[in-house]
Design a protein. Structure first.
Lengths: 261, 362
């Protein structure tokens, strides 16, 4: 009886992981397909479609655009999120509870609504759609995340450390740059890296707010309109690999810090 | 560097709560002063007022004759050693200690040399490149001390710096603190709730309670000649017996449960009225056994209720017939083996007793 339950549990776990990872595994597998259709039977492995991706100027440009937007918008989001967290954690502000709620509210609003809102606002203001507007959209969705992560790491212990710095003659700006920011660097970095992964494969906002220059997910979407193709699998695998690598980096960075303190 | 500290009529309120009530205090340059009192007595608030982390609701703070009441911490000639050390976790010990000098624009080579010298002063030679998380509590406390002293403050403020250390380490650090204070000559203001620590390190103790200064002076004076019932009870153990006093020329007549006695006027510094209710206070170690000699205060017969061996003495709770079974505490000699329920005759040397004004409550 116990043995049967054990087998059942193992089967259940295997089914769950298969359900989660099988689509990704299939995508990656058929990116190594030799022939023109990413369907069984598998006739690879071949790197032909990766070469095709790297030779496709539109794809490599989109990849570059995605990296640029992801890194710059995440930097802005991490800095603004940190500053907001510092202000709300260290100073007595009017209605600080409400302000915190307002900053984190975009986390619960769908990307479609945020994208539409920004699209309407930009066209009203006469701001042309570009990678800059996409970046702004990504700051809007990622700032609450960076804020929440940084804010959660601001404790009373650091207040005394900041006091000590002030006591030794540091001005507010020096306390912020030399003490608070380095102390919270793990949280700030975590926010930054998460933002990069979110921005990297974000589609709706990027689709609504871009025009001539597009990010990778938008480019992949337009490729898909012309049908299934192992090249899509290859570029999808690259996107996945990049996100996966970021998560690993974050895990290592944060785990290392956690063990130290 | 060193300077005197003067606090004039300082009061501080946190909303409805009054943390400090009209505190006036002066601490001489180069002194090692200890603010002593139970938690919530206002000692830490007073330290924050000195350090520039709190601005008092009323009153003035002068350091070296200069009014610093409204100056922020960064611009005061004070530095603070915090209870939780507050070291910068992302910097080496050297960078921690050199931080204050860096803020003052001292060149890297000069400030690093000074930091190494300060680390040597606190016994952490060669630890320049280590980081705070590698250190034990006692070592962190030393780094915090070195960091605060590196900028040569005129006054060093210590906020229960030894509170988190175990007893043995605390004793050792007390001695080191005292030695370092003598070497650098800076005025130290140290906050603690531990009266033994206060007596071990201070050359001036300020006893506080409920936001007020209850008593102040050198440890010996505070212990042997306290000026309030609170400080007598807080500085070690004490017995209190209600008496009536009458001043007669150069002597004080007391009417106590132990009879009438004449005491020299030196037994009281209190400014209570010439005649009236007062309290006779005596330390447990001043209770002597045996027949009362001429001129002593005869406490009469007592019965030992409970006795415990405490190493240097035997701590006994004794009920006295003269107090109708009222209890006193006595430290009997180590060599004296007494069983519980034993009867004893006890007396006091009148030169050892203290007269205090009677206060409401304990």
């Amino acid at each position: 009886m116990r043995r049967a339950t054990g087998w059942l549990a193992a089967f259940y776990a295997a089914a769950i992981y298969a359900f989660i990872f099988l689509p990704v595994a299939v995508l990656v597998l058929f990116s190594f397909q030799e022939s023109r259709l990413p369907v069984p039977p598998f006739d690879g492995p071949s790197l032909a479609w990766y070469r095709a991706v790297l030779e496709d100027r539109r794809l490599t440009e989109a990849l570059g655009n995605s990296l640029l937007v992801a890194i710059l918008s995440s930097m802005v989001a991490a800095v603004l999120g940190f500053l907001a967290a510092y202000g709300l954690a260290r100073y007595r502000l009017p209605a600080s509870g409400l302000q915190r709620a307002l900053i984190t509210a975009p986390l619960s609003v769908s990307y479609l609504i945020i994208g539409l809102g920004l699209l309407i606002m930009f066209s009203r203001l006469g701001v042309p759609r570009s990678l800059v507007t996409v970046g702004i959209g990504h700051v809007v969705i990622n700032l609450p995340l960076c804020f929440a992560i940084t804010y959660s790491q601001m404790g009373a212990h650091q207040v005394n450390i900041e006091r000590a710095a002030r006591d030794l003659g540091a001005r507010d700006r020096q306390v912020l740059l030399l003490i608070t920011a380095p102390m919270l660097m793990p949280a700030i970095l975590a926010g930054f890296l998460l933002s990069v992964t979110f921005s990297w494969d974000e589609f709706i906002i990027a689709f609504l707010l871009s025009r001539f220059e597009v990010t990778l997910p938008v480019e992949i979407w337009s490729l898909l309109r012309s049908g299934l193709n192992p090249e899509n699998n290859a570029v999808g695998s690259i996107v996945f690999l990049f996100s996966f690598a970021l998560v690993i980096v974050m895990e290592l960075l944060l785990l290392r810090k956690a063990r130290r303190s | 560097m060193t300077a005197e500290v003067e606090i004039r009529g300082v009061s501080h309120r946190f909303g409805e709560t009054v943390a400090l009530r009209n505190v006036t205090l002066s601490i001489g340059a180069g002194r090692f002063a200890v603010l002593l009192g139970p938690s919530g007595c206002g000692k830490t608030t007073l330290l924050s007022v000195l350090g520039g982390f709190l601005f008092p609701t009323e009153g003035r703070v002068l350091i070296g004759g200069r009014d610093v009441t409204t100056l922020p911490a960064a611009r005061r000639p004070t530095t603070t050693v915090f209870q939780d050390y507050a070291l910068f976790p992302h910097m080496t010990l050297g960078a921690n200690v050199a931080f204050g000098l860096r803020m003052r624009g001292v060149a890297r080579a000069a400030r690093n040399a000074r930091a190494a010298e300060m680390l040597r002063l606190v016994g952490l030679e060669g630890a320049f490149d280590r980081r705070p998380h590698e250190l034990s509590g006692g070592q962190r406390q030393r780094v915090a001390l070195a960091r605060a002293l590196a900028v040569e403050p005129e006054v060093l403020l210590l906020d229960e710096p030894l509170g988190a250390l175990d007893l043995k380490l605390r004793r050792q650090m007390q001695e080191e603190l005292k030695a370092i204070q003598r070497r650098v000559g800076t005025t130290f203001v140290h906050v603690t709730h531990d009266q033994e620590e206060a007596m071990a390190i201070a050359d001036r103790i300020v006893v506080m309670n409920a936001g007020r200064v209850m008593d102040q002076g050198p440890p010996e004076q505070l212990y042997l000649r306290p000026r309030s019932r609170f400080s007598a009870a807080f500085m070690g153990e004490a017995n209190f017996v209600a008496v009536e006093v009458r001043r007669e020329g150069g002597t004080i007549r007391i009417d106590s449960p132990f009879g009438e006695h004449r005491l020299p006027a030196t037994v009281s510094d209190g400014d209570f009225s010439v005649s009236g209710p007062a309290e006779l206070c005596f330390r447990p170690e001043h209770v002597a056994c045996g027949e009362a000699p001429e001129g002593s205060i005869d406490l009469g017969r007592g019965t030992v209720r409970d006795i415990a061996f405490s190493g240097s003495h035997r701590r006994a709770r004794i009920t006295l017939d003269a107090l109708d079974g009222g209890e006193i505490l006595a430290y009997l000699p180590q060599a004296m083996e007494v069983a519980a329920d034993a009867g004893l005759r006890l007396h006091l040397d009148p030169a050892r007793v203290i007269l205090l004004p009677r206060e409401e409550g304990p």
